[in-house]
Write a protein that binds this ligand. Sequence first.
Ligand code: ATP
Length: 366
Amino acid sequence: MKVVLQNLTKVFPSRNKKANEEVIAVNDFTFEIPDGKLIGLLGPSGCGKSTTLYMISGLQKPTGGKIFFGEDDVTELATEKRGVGLVFQNYALYPHMTVKQNILFPLQNLKGKDKMSKNEMLERAHEAAKLVQIDELMDRKPSELSGGQQQRVAIARALVKMPRVLLLDEPLSNLDARLRLQTREEIRRIQRETGITTVFVTHDQEEAMSISDMIVVMKLGVLQQIGAPQDVYDDPTNLFVAKFLGTPPINVFEGKVQGGKVYIGDEAVLDVADVEDREVFIGIRPEGFVPDENGAMCCKMRSVEVMGRDVSVVSEHDGMVSPVIRSIINADSGIDATATTIRYSIKRHKIFLFDKQTEERIRFEV
Ligand code: ATP
């Protein structure tokens, strides 16, 4: 089931009637979620991710715009009629019910033509439990389960009604690091197996990048960029997106383009014949630095952190805007950790230029 958001907007009125401080939580979103895909809604706290999800679910009414499931306009449709499965950060299971009873619960409330026989319900609940691999735990109470298992029950409960769209709001944030990793892989597997169009909200870029078919990056209610995770990482539309994706983060410098060259301080680090003279921000991905004794860029060494296959070289430069420069270098490159300076040349496709005022990308021939 494809989901289409058309000029979707949500404005929360000012709490204080005198001060006009209305919040535009979601500002004129238009995008299409293709059938059967997993979309990660990504952005810092307060950027409008949850509000977007709640509008898709029907829990919140848009101030403007429309939502379509397939060809159906569901904008005015009540949540229970939309056929959505919802999973929240806090699993919200009924503590006095067993796992089985929790999963059965949404089916027992079906009315009219949707009403199911007891056997049908049990079969469905068992299928959902099996899919999330908790079918062995059906008689336990939530308090007898780990956080990861509880979250699986919540997912089974959302799946049991065979939703048209699955909506997950930060479903992993209550889990410890190991379980997070495991559960996110599980969510990916379940999504692939069921083929249910899924929207996954998170502020964790690594999480979103690792499981999404497409990511939607948001900032202060405004959609910044949509695309496959690798495409957005390799081709960010502005400085915000470039900074938001990637660990370690992109290194940002102040500089200028003059006479077809990019300067950081007085070092010409790149030729860009097709860019006019102007002030710029320069972003260089950590993997874009190549140790090179003839390289144009000279940085002051701070430390070398061993990471196994790679090392992370921490250095400084007068032109940097980021607190430090972090480059990721193959451990076999023989970096001299006792040196006071390190020279780099820069990989052309790992360096981005941004307008100093608008912070929009300035493109050049790669
Ligand atoms: P987080 O990651 O912290 O959950 P988010 O990206 O999901 O953040 P939203 O919860 O969608 O952000 O909130 C977007 C904006 O709308 C925020 O500025 C928030 O303060 C505001 N907001 C959300 N709900 C309401 C409400 N009921 N009344 C007024 N303002 C609200």
